[in-house]
Design a protein around this ligand. Structure first.
Ligand code: DQA
Length: 146
């Protein structure tokens, strides 16, 4: 059974009350519940972590090295700033899918660039909470084809 590390970056703990016009009204707990349902249907196991701290996310990626088969990550604002997060993903070389609730390419210019995209299999954005489910699906399909 594949084991997937699900990482949520800064401010995603505020989902549900954070800029609902942009991110919707679904909470992170509800996203976790839906992902768990999807994981059971796909017969994979999930370990999830949300952190507002770059180093905590980097440590979790390092720890994933021989524990998990892939990473599903919404890096939040670190998407647009963090070379360190990018290097951690490249360093462990685990298949990684980047997800965003909002379509970052339709938003402010500073959100158009992702440091993570070049080290990810792909990026899914713009589908609200459903981006996570679609991302998990894409990651598991990729792992099954390896
Ligand atoms: C986000 C998009 C980022 O630009 C933003 O900083 C976030 C959330 C998203 O899921 O749409 O925190 O990653």
């Amino acid at each position: 059974m594949y084991s997937i590390l699900v990482l949520h970056g800064p401010n995603l703990n505020l989902l549900g009350r954070r800029e609902p016009g942009v991110y919707g009204s679904v909470t992170l707990d509800e996203i976790a519940r839906r992902l768990e349902e999807e994981a059971q249907a796909l017969s994979v196991s999930l370990v999830s972590l949300q952190s507002n701290h770059e180093g905590v996310l980097i440590d979790a990626i390092h720890d994933a090295f021989d524990k998990h088969d892939g990473i599903l990550i919404n890096p939040g604002a670190y998407t647009h700033t963090s070379v360190a997060l990018r290097d951690a993903i490249a360093g462990v070389s685990l298949p990684t899918v980047e997800v965003h609730l909002s379509n970052i390419h339709r938003r402010e210019e500073f959100r158009h660039h992702s440091y993570i995209a070049p080290v990810a299999i792909g990026q899914i954005c713009g589908f609200g909470a459903d981006s996570y489910r679609l991302g998990l699906h894409a990651l598991v399909t990729h792992l099954q084809q390896l």
